[in-house]
Design a protein around this ligand. Sequence first.
Ligand code: C2E
Ligand code: SIN
Ligand code: SIN
Ligand code: SIN
Ligand code: FE
Ligand code: FE
Length: 411
Amino acid sequence: MLNEKEKLNEIIQLSYEIASIQDLDILLEHILLKARIFTGADAGSVYIVEGGKLKFLCNQNDTLQKKLPPGKKLIYSTFIVPINNDTISGYVANNGHVVNIDDVYNIPERAPYRFGRQYDEISKYKTTSMLTVPLKSNRGEVVGVLQLINAKNEKGEVIPFAKDDAPFIIYFANSAAVAIERAKMTRALLLRMISMAELRDPRETGPHVNRVASYSVEIYETWARKCSCMEDQINHNRDVLRMAAMLHDVGKVAISDIILKKPARLDDTEYEIMKQHTFLGARLFSEKFSSFDEAAFLVALNHHERWDGKGYPGHISPTTGNVVPGYEGPDGKPRGKRGEEIPPFGRVVAIADVYDALASKRAYKEAWSEDRVLQTMRAEAGKHFDPEMLEAFFDSLDVIKSIGSRYPEAD
Ligand code: C2E
Ligand code: SIN
Ligand code: SIN
Ligand code: SIN
Ligand code: FE
Ligand code: FE
């Protein structure tokens, strides 16, 4: 067991680590993981306040995870909880107090909140001890709720959460809330920039870019694990890739509305213009100040290259739009990048983008059936797509489908 001073150091270190994460989804995962490790919690969830309600956004459960085949992830769905005293999380968001319960099946009658057993019934998991903490910003506003479930001792037995951990968890929850506020603002700025670029209603663009971004991260992670990349590197890449993938089509800002919104097939001239959205997007990030700029540059430029070399824009200088000397194709135009000439971030976003385009309705096409989408994806192995990355896509298909339902099209 750590002593007070070690705990303090530990919690300061954890707060420092989460402060460097930029993407909201990745941040929530890390907040939950670090808090669980610190308190020895077997499971937990994070809720975020959105539109006056609590949105269940992140869930981890070691016991249920261990029952899955290696490499498989826990699937969960998002749901909304009202901010009132009917649930524990609602109570904590409503009143801003920490609630530490030794056994949720023995809550005293006089307690103002109730435990909802239906969650245990659905997940086939028995909740006993539960520590629920408000995520309060520096202005005292509750931005979310962190719920830690079933503290375990060294023998793996479920025990109550330590009463004297409270000050540390409150400190951590405050750092987490500040990081969440910042990440939400970053995401809102990105979405505003993207909705301008796509000249579309942000309610339409938001779900598409969030899906493409989350699919990309899932595929990338599965692929990178197989290549036994370094864990730290994977974690860092997940963060920059998620935001960069949201911006894959930002170059559409330079494409005329008439082409972008054409409710029919593009003719050859229109398609040639449309193709410019790749390097025009990359141009916005050609001054690379951070690993995020670098990732956004690579994704915008390379997300329409094909594994077989028949994609676009090929070996081109994004700043001038000219072919890179020595890489002219037979027609003098830039030769398409092929195979591993295409950076991994480009290969991964290509898969995520096409999958989402096929599965969704567009101005120029209807949504396809799942069978047709998956058959088309499979048939493109080694043609449009990197075969190994496509394997990673199929390996993560369960998670990918659940992401799809987390970011539904607005109606
Ligand atoms: P997007 O709608 O996000 O589509 C991304 C990519 O998904 C496409 O890249 C293409 O590889 C794939 N895809 C989308 N729909 C289909 C389909 O029906 N069949 C097949 N086999 N693949 C499909 P692509 O073709 O380079 O297009 C880039 C972007 O150009 C598209 O992004 C879309 O914004 C626009 N676009 C492409 N074709 C048309 C069109 O016929 N009409 C209009 N209005 N826009 C188009
Ligand atoms: C809650 O009530 O805070 C969350 C769900 C549950 O009851 O397990
Ligand atoms: C896109 O064409 O890439 C965006 C379409 C959409 O907003 O659904
Ligand atoms: C499209 O133009 O929407 C599809 C082109 C392709 O088959 O990649
Ligand atoms: Fe694109
Ligand atoms: Fe797209």
